[in-house]
Ligand binder design. Structure first.
Ligand SMILES: Nc1ncnc2c1ncn2[C@@H]1O[C@H](COP(=O)(O)OP(=O)(O)OP(=O)(O)O)[C@@H](O)[C@H]1O
Ligand SMILES: [Mg+2]
Length: 251
């Protein structure tokens, strides 16, 4: 499970002064659920996920991931999550398969268990065709599939993915979305960020629209449509965000 309570991050930027990147964000995501953070560029998605992943310390508030406190038990949190960000690096000189085997061993998986796990991820993420290709020669979408496999090689109960399909073609996006759905069906807790409406509509049990660091609306896609009176999610999103912008301009 993931539980964020008033999670906040303020950056001190030399030029911009205080930047409230994340402002009192609270939500809960249960096992077997996919929770989406939907927001425009700069909304605070990456910052929120980095705090959940223990890569950034919250300025205020707290979060619990898989029963562990991100501030007090960061090691246990890290062991319990698969974390995917744009910065998830691959070693260029290793092949896709070697990369997965390497990270499996780093996580204490050996021998037959390692082979089985690597084979399973290669099949589920459709890596087979290029598993013997060097990572530095793979396409963006191929690299992303290997990065996802790498991030969850240790079978964590929680997945935290920052824009997992951005920049990928329709087929690769479908593969990744199906994979995320399978993980949910197996009872994993999944939190991911996106700005792609169709992804939210397909995947999310619960979605929070974030803007200027705050959750401005939260609920199922159907609830957000009802709340805003907009049957098209994109229009609902724009309506909520434009209202916040108008309020900010009036201040
Ligand atoms: N290290 C930092 N120092 C100063 N400001 C930062 C830092 N990291 C993020 N910010 C600011 O915090 C805000 C939120 O950024 P964040 O990266 O979380 O947004 P995002 O929703 O992930 O956007 P995108 O869709 O573009 O990835 C932005 O205004 C950004 O400029
Ligand atoms: Mg981001």
């Amino acid at each position: 499970m993931i539980k964020a309570q008033n999670l906040s991050k303020t950056f001190r930027d030399k030029k911009r002064g205080l930047v409230r990147a994340v402002d009192r964000v609270s939500f809960t995501c249960h096992p077997g659920q996919i929770f989406g953070l939907l927001g425009a560029n700069g909304a605070g998605k990456t910052t929120t996920l980095r705090m959940l992943g223990t890569l950034l310390e919250p300025t205020r508030g707290s979060a619990e991931v898989a029963g562990f406190d991100v501030a007090k038990q960061p090691e246990q949190v890290r062991r319990s999550i698969g974390f995917l960000s744009n910065g998830t690096a691959l070693y260029g000189r290793l092949t896709a398969r070697e990369m997965l085997e390497y990270f499996g061993r780093l996580n204490g998986i050996e021998g037959k268990a390692l082979r089985t796990r690597v084979d399973e991820l290669i099949e589920r993420l459709e890596i087979g065709e290029f598993q013997k290709g060097r990572c530095d020669k793979l396409s963006t979408g191929q690299k992303q599939r290997v990065s996802i496999a790498r991030s969850i090689i240790h079978q964590p109960p929680v997945m935290i993915f920052d824009e997992p399909t951005t920049g990928l073609d329709v087929m690769t996006s479908q593969t990744i979305m199906s994979f995320i759905e399978q993980c949910r069906d197996e009872g994993l807790t999944v939190v991911f960020s996106t700005h792609i409406m169709s992804e939210v509509e397909r995947l999310c049990d619960e979605v929070a629209i974030v803007h200027r660091g705050k959750i401005v609306t939260e609920g199922s896609v159907a609830e957000i449509r009802t709340q805003t009176g907009e049957p098209v999610l994109e229009n609902a999103f724009l309506k909520v965000v434009n209202r916040i912008e108008a309020e900010a301009a009036a201040e």
